[in-house]
Design a protein around this ligand. Structure first.
Ligand SMILES: Nc1ncnc2c1ncn2[C@@H]1O[C@H](COP(=O)(O)OP(=O)(O)O)[C@@H](O)[C@H]1O
Ligand SMILES: [Mg+2]
Length: 239
């Protein structure tokens, strides 16, 4: 992937996100995390290469199919993208409204989710009156409320304190248990260590995929030296 005639931002990437999987995406600022996520949620096209979704080549999707596919994907944008003329409640309920659901059928679920992310008292205000961390939680609630098949979150805990970060991670883990495929971009290694999930890491446009801890430990028992090297690499911070 490149922007205009600029340098390649991502190159030689090839991977699968298996249905129902959970992975982290790490890498320093500027490494290309947001660019890779934009490819995955089809906001950008690869300069060359192919992306396929649910077994279909994304380049062959028609203009009618695209919005239908997007409804199956929940996205937490790095810059939130909340609608300022709508209340917090209505921002979160928007994907359900678009899906044709009736307010009386979802009002309780939306309120419960907002309470869970600590915004029970702020349902009726507009996003502009909230702090960055509160706006981020609205963006997360909106992305998860419809139980999408895929959830893509770009630095979703970048504006909250560590305790809230863990709470939000638990929310993602719950959603994953219900079947949602999840990819979370973060440079917060303490978050990454909390779950036994594969870690995709970007540097210089290349992607390295590290197996989950449990899998590496199983390999360690089989080949102790290689595992020691992997563990040493893991202790090295990304930034
Ligand atoms: N809209 C854009 N136009 C031109 N270059 C961009 C654009 N967005 C990102 N880039 C460049 O692509 C690279 C990767 O950026 P980004 O994907 O935002 O990284 P990250 O999310 O890991 O911080 C950076 O060098 C950045 O300057
Ligand atoms: Mg980014």
């Amino acid at each position: 992937m490149r922007y205009g005639h600029g340098p390649e931002v991502l190159r030689d990437l090839s991977f699968d996100l298996p249905r129902g999987s959970f992975q982290f995406l790490t890498g320093p600022s500027g490494a290309g995390k947001t660019s890779l996520l934009r490819l995955i949620y089809l906001a950008a096209k690869p300069s060359s290469g192919r992306i396929s979704y649910f077994g279909r080549d994304a380049a062959e999707l028609t203009r009618k199919e695209m919005p239908l596919l997007r409804r199956r994907i929940g996205v937490v944008f790095q810059e939130f993208r909340l609608l300022n003329h709508l209340s917090v409640f209505d921002n979160v309920a928007l994907p359900l409204r678009i899906a044709g659901r009736r307010r009386q059928d979802y009002a309780e679920d939306v309120a419960e989710l907002l309470a869970w992310v600590g915004l029970g008292e702020k349902m009726d205000v507009v996003p502009a009156t909230l702090s960055g961390g509160e706006q981020q939680r609205v963006a997360i609630a909106r992305a998860v409320v419809g139980q999408p098949e895929i959830l893509i979150a770009d630095e979703p805990t970048g504006n909250v304190d560590p305790e809230m970060g863990m709470r939000l991670l638990r929310l993602f883990a719950e959603l994953n248990k219900l079947g949602t495929t999840i990819i979370i971009a973060t440079h917060d290694l303490s978050l990454v260590r909390m779950l036994d999930a594969p870690v995709m890491s970007l540097s210089n446009g290349h992607l390295h995929i590290r197996a989950p801890r449990s899998q590496r430990q199983a390999q360690a028992n089989a080949a102790p030296e290689e595992a020691a090297a992997e563990t040493a690499a893991m202790e090295t911070p990304d930034e």
